[in-house]
Design a protein around this ligand. Structure first.
Ligand code: SAH
Length: 395
């Protein structure tokens, strides 16, 4: 059966010829028949030359996502399995006794748009975020089990973006039963992960290398960890010999897990304090009380999911960074991050520069951060480069 053909408007094939995998609704000229959500379609240029095979998503503004730029390649379970195997191969050297967790499949950047798979020990946590990924759910899960030998697969398809694809949220075990508790090891430190109820798939694996950098710099320092979630940056800081740690998050559940993580690593609990509070308000209180720190981590949630939200997000980033720069002692270090797709690395740097200016602080960038290597960025998909961070040293 030939695939339903989707023809693009004249000139709209340019990004596909540069191998960008998305087709927006405004680029579509006409469609053969009514392909169902998730169906594989043949993308054609306006002159009817074949461009790619793609997953059709009729309710999303991103109307099609490319599976293969070779129109001859069959899109089937074997195709999905070969992409999953390639993704698993890339991570082979990343797992050992000191690191038992990693992102195994990173969506578009691993050639499987909309599909995320994280590994915590022998537990796999998967998210199907697009109609196309949803359509190959069983094949993808079978391929993952085959590639990893893991027996437990849990689904966390509850991100808001599913609604844009016309998909309801779905959460639960797909294979095996979740062991309780679930722990894994990052950089030799043990972390408990709430796979069923935590944020995303339960842990922010993308910050692995950056947590190591905090650990290396933390010795003898008073550390403030803002938006701490289950404590990972703070645990890393204590493992690195931090003198004291104050961690702030507005999720009581996350803070409870953070304290378990502290105990699991036999770190001195008297050095750590945990505060269930709003970071924006708490930073002001610390400023008013003239409390000072030597190392501050700011790892907030995504303030700007798209460029549309950039302006408001920029104000929020500037606010917390300005306050943090004031709370730092001289020679202090600020690890500041943004995981907002709508804020470029360039804009982020400008925001931090503006914060330093308004705080009347001299500071310099001494390092730049991205996501760890298990979160690759395909060169044809710059949108995959969402995490940016700066290590800023106050003079
Ligand atoms: N740094 C963490 C991940 C942070 S995720 C890690 O390495 O694991 C963002 C966190 O910010 C979430 O835990 C969320 O509960 C928290 N959060 C969101 N808005 C907040 C606010 N206004 N004040 C405090 N915490 C907030």
């Amino acid at each position: 059966m030939p695939l339903p053909r989707v023809r693009l408007r004249a000139g709209r094939e340019k990004s596909l010829r540069r191998r960008h995998p998305w087709v927006f609704s405004g680029s579509v000229a006409d469609i053969e028949g009514v392909p169902p959500s998730g169906a594989t379609v043949a993308l054609m240029a306006s002159d009817d030359s074949p461009l790619a095979s793609a997953a059709w998503s009729p309710s999303s503004n991103i109307r099609a996502r490319v599976w293969s730029f070779d129109p001859e390649v069959r899109i089937d379970a074997d195709f999905m399995a070969s992409r999953v195997r390639a993704a698993a191969r890339m991570r082979e050297g990343m797992l050992d006794a000191g690191h038992t967790g990693c992102r195994l499949v990173h969506a578009e950047s691993d050639g499987i748009p909309g599909f995320i798979a994280d590994r915590y020990g022998d537990v796999l946590v998967v998210s199907f975020l697009t109609a196309g990924a949803e359509g190959w759910r069983e094949a993808l899960v079978a391929a993952l089990i085959e590639a990893t030998g893991c027996g437990v697969v849990y689904e966390r398809s509850d991100a808001d973006v599913r609604a844009l694809e016309g998909l309801p949220p779905r959460v639960g075990a797909i294979a095996g039963t979740l062991p309780q508790p679930i722990t894994f090891v990052e950089d030799g430190l043990a972390y408990r992960v709430d796979v069923a109820g935590g944020q995303k798939t339960g842990f922010y694996l993308d910050q692995r290398d950056n947590r190591r950098c905090v650990r290396e710099q933390a010795h003898g320092r008073d550390v403030l960890n803002c938006f701490c979630y289950t404590g990972a940056f703070g645990i890393a800081a204590l493992a690195g010999g931090a003198k004291s740690l104050l961690s702030i998050d507005s999720s009581a559940d996350a803070l409870a897990l953070a304290q378990i993580n502290l105990e699991a690593n036999a770190l001195d609990p008297t050095r750590a304090r945990w505060r269930d509070a709003d970071v924006f308000g708490e930073l002001r209180k610390l400023r008013d009380a003239a409390v000072q720190f030597d190392l501050i981590v700011l790892d907030p949630p995504k303030f700007a999911p798209t460029a549309h939200h950039a302006e408001k997000a920029a104000r929020a980033y500037k606010d917390i960074n300005l306050l943090a720069l004031k709370l730092l002692r001289s020679d202090g270090l600020l690890f500041t991050f943004s995981c907002s797709g709508g804020i470029s690395a360039d804009l982020f740097q400008k925001i931090i520069a503006g914060a330093a200016l308004d705080a009347r602080v001299d500071a310099k960038i001494v390092r730049r951060f991205g996501a760890s290597a298990d979160h690759p960025v395909a060169l044809n998909f710059p949108e995959g480069d969402y995490l940016k961070g700066l290590l800023v040293r106050k003079s």
